[in-house]
Design a protein around this ligand. Structure first.
Ligand code: SAH
Length: 219
């Protein structure tokens, strides 16, 4: 891909991206490392070309197979929620989808491991990482609820689909590590941050969110 295509024109240009960053700042995203990652990542290349003019709106968009690319605010919120003071060493994401969240993580972590149950989405995401030169993202076509035991422990785990989190996933966190995941609550979901301490697990509520469901099995 040419650098010009990555920079974008008109509705996908650097100015348009800067406006998105201003909007996220106004909504309460404070971590400059996260805002910078959003500013330099071409979200229009993570959606179908027909939708690229809407890529810098703060909304989720369809990516095919009934799935969505997460809303930029939610991507920023989750990234901010797992970033401590320093850089992350190893991060695990469940639900690669378009690859956008993984691309943002790849700027604030040494290595990003991401799993996705739909093979076609994994293939497309891998092509994007390759053409954008994001060589620290490792993907697997697998049921993410099993985590990635051979790479554990992780400093952070992000679950980008809503459902029940098995204890075995929490066990793949390092002590001091955090997991952020949406949990069903009636008809809504709440984004919960769970921190592993040397004594056990601590939970914090980060507010209401909307995600597609976490499903079992491969497609
Ligand atoms: N992080 C993605 C969001 C994609 S939507 C992005 O930035 O675009 C959530 C994704 O989770 C979907 O692609 C869905 O197929 C996937 N998913 C749902 N259940 C899963 C599971 N058990 N294991 C892995 N991926 C899963």
């Amino acid at each position: 891909m040419t650098p010009a295509a990555q920079r974008g024109i008109g509705m996908t240009s650097e100015n348009t991206r800067q406006r998105l960053v201003s909007r996220l700042r106004a909504k309460g995203i404070r971590d400059e490392r996260v805002l910078e990652a959003i500013r330099v990542t071409p979200r229009h290349l993570f959606v179908d070309e027909a939708l690229s003019s809407r890529a810098y709106e703060d909304t989720a968009l369809p990516i095919g197979r009934g799935q969505t690319i997460s809303q930029p605010y939610v991507v920023a919120l989750m990234t901010q929620a797992v970033l401590g003071d320093g850089r992350l060493s190893k991060v695990l994401e469940i639900g690669t989808g378009s690859g956008y969240q993984a691309a943002i993580l790849s700027r604030v972590a040494d290595k990003v491991f991401s799993t996705e149950r739909i093979g076609e989405l994994v293939r497309l995401a891998r092509q994007r990482f390759h053409s954008l030169g994001m060589h620290n993202i490792y993907t697997r076509h697998a049921d993410g609820l099993n985590g990635w035991p051979t790479q554990a422990p992780f400093d952070a785990i992000l679950v980008t689909a809503g459902g029940l989190i098995p204890d075995s996933l929490l066990e793949q966190l390092a002590v001091g590590g955090v997991l952020v995941a949406p949990e069903q609550e009636g008809r809504h979901q709440r984004l919960i941050r769970t921190t592993r301490t040397d004594k056990g697990f601590e939970r914090e509520d980060l507010g209401l969110v909307v995600f597609v469901p976490l499903l079992g099995g491969l497609e």
